[in-house]
Write a new protein. Structure first.
Length: 179
């Protein structure tokens, strides 16, 4: 049996395009979730996986409808394969029901993983280069060194409340406590 899986993130979106493409691809039953792809628990996907039998095929319009991360995609495809079923993505032309399709899927997954790791490396290199030039990432400090000294003086010498000091410097009480 060919199962279709469609997912949209919000109720403002529509499943029509995905369901039409899945029907055209031969999906006999379509499961659809309206939930963020970052959510691991998707009721319709769980129901679909629970019904899979040997020889069934799970079809999606694009692999990102099934999973938002490579790790998640690999886990879901592994669960599909453990039930001796196949996976097919229409947009990427991936079909794990054939040896060539499985090879392409794993090459594709490896390239995606490699690219994620390269992006991470480039980001780290960029941050390191910026630090060497004296740039520090993140939010600028809420108080200057002189203001911090004044906060300490007001708290220690004048016994002002944290709330009063925070109001005076227009910062949060947490910022004052940190000083």
């Amino acid at each position: 049996m060919i199962f279709g899986y469609a997912r949209i993130s919000t109720s403002d979106q529509t499943l029509d395009g995905q369901t039409d493409a899945l029907t055209t691809a031969g999906a006999e039953r379509i499961f659809a979730d309206t939930i963020s792809g970052t959510k691991r628990e998707r009721p319709e996907l769980a129901q679909l996986l629970g019904q899979l039998r040997n020889g069934d095929v799970v079809t999606v319009t694009k692999y990102d409808r099934l999973a938002r991360s490579l790790h998640d995609l690999l886990d879901i495809v592994k669960a599909i394969e453990e039930r001796e079923a196949g996976f097919r993505s229409l947009a990427e032309d991936i079909d794990t029901t054939t040896p060539a399709g499985r090879l392409i899927f794993h090459v594709f997954a490896s390239i995606a993983q490699f690219e994620r790791e390269r992006i991470s490396e480039r980001t780290k290199e960029g941050l390191q280069a910026a630090r060497k030039r004296g740039r520090v990432g993140g939010r600028p400090p809420a108080l200057t060194a002189d203001q911090k000294a004044e906060v300490k003086r007001m708290r220690d010498n004048e016994s002002r409340s944290i709330a009063a000091i925070a109001l005076l410097f227009k910062v949060s009480e947490t910022t004052v406590r940190r000083v």
